[in-house]
Ligand binder design. Structure first.
Ligand SMILES: NC(=O)c1ccc[n+]([C@@H]2O[C@H](COP(=O)([O-])OP(=O)(O)OC[C@H]3O[C@@H](n4cnc5c(N)ncnc54)[C@H](OP(=O)(O)O)[C@@H]3O)[C@@H](O)[C@H]2O)c1
Length: 266
């Protein structure tokens, strides 16, 4: 056994992992992983023995992240928009060409370009949110299934949001898309078991660029409403995603786990 730092920058105990790592020999694809939660998941997977393909729109940011993750031996970056069918085909093809297989898919990329309610939302914008946050995860899942994750008894994790668990009026369409993603997680889990498990995580506010406007300059005030009195980090979410992908979760499917410092209890 060896110890790895949990990486939260707080006083949590170090996690104990096996020497080879839970994901030794396995290959994962994480969408939207040049920074934030996706990057945290990719780094944790590599730390536990996996090789990982990461995606994102900005090729330069992606290349920098591949280098930080340990370079070409363990990471592959494929640039593109998560809702672009050609990009998806290319990414899945390149993972299999480079690493020979695909075991796991993490549908992480998501957008929220429309703060506010839905009564007056532009339908083009609403459609875009659904394309990126709901239909793209479905399409990536279909491709990963065709590429062989069934044969490897792999797993899919969808990154949702607490705004998909309980309604947040300011995040109307975004929350709607994440609620639908949790439903998709359930129906797909029924359809593709027992070979493949499909789960999700629903984060509360996590300190990334995406959520910065929700806590910048008032972090203590926002954290005060959380029973655990702090906001999340990408490592908090990565820990839960890795558990759901791992053999330790082999009897869990169709669930979206709230990883939120307890905020949805209120
Ligand atoms: N942070 C939170 O508080 C929070 C809470 C609940 C749920 N979430 C969910 O967590 C996921 C990740 O969010 P985050 O906070 O880690 O965001 P982030 O720090 O802004 O990172 C987003 C990542 O996704 C990529 N990306 C964004 N749009 C994309 C697109 N259309 N196609 C491909 N890649 C795209 C970005 O790279 P490029 O910009 O180069 O494309 C980046 O690598 C999202 O699904 C979000 O809804 C976040």
């Amino acid at each position: 056994m060896r110890r790895r730092r949990a990486g939260h920058g707080d006083d949590r105990a170090e996690a104990v992992v096996s020497a080879a790592g839970r994901f030794a020999g396995q290959v994962a694809l994480v969408t939207g992983a040049s920074r934030g939660i996706g990057y945290g998941v990719a780094a944790a997977l590599i730390g536990e023995g996996a090789r990982v393909c990461i995606t994102g729109r900005d090729p330069e940011a992606l290349a920098a992240s591949v280098a930080e993750l340990g370079g070409d031996d363990v990471a592959l970056g494929v640039a593109g928009k998560v809702d672009d069918p050609e990009h998806r085909m290319q990414a899945i093809g390149r993972v299999v060409d480079r690493f020979g297989r695909i075991d796991h898919l993490v549908n992480n990329a998501g957008i929220n370009p429309a703060d506010g309610g839905i009564a007056e939302i532009d339908l083009g914008l609403a459609r875009k949110i659904l394309e990126v946050n709901l239909l793209a995860p479905l399409a990536w899942s279909q491709l990963a299934l065709r590429a062989g994750i069934r044969a490897h008894r792999g797993a899919i994790v969808n990154v949702g949001s607490t705004s998909g668990v309980r309604p947040v009026p300011e995040l109307g369409m975004y929350g709607t898309s994440k609620a639908a993603l949790a439903y998709l997680t359930k129906v797909l889990a029924i359809e593709v078991g027992p070979e493949v498990r499909v789960n999700g995580v629903a984060p509360g506010v996590v300190k990334t660029r995406f959520a910065a406007s929700l806590y910048e300059n008032r972090e203590d005030e926002v954290a005060a409403s959380y029973p655990l009195k702090r906001l999340g980090t990408p490592a908090d979410i990565a820990d839960a995603v890795l558990f759901l992908l791992s053999a330790q979760a082999s009897w869990i499917t169709g669930r979206t786990v709230e990883v939120d410092g307890g905020v949805t209890l209120r």
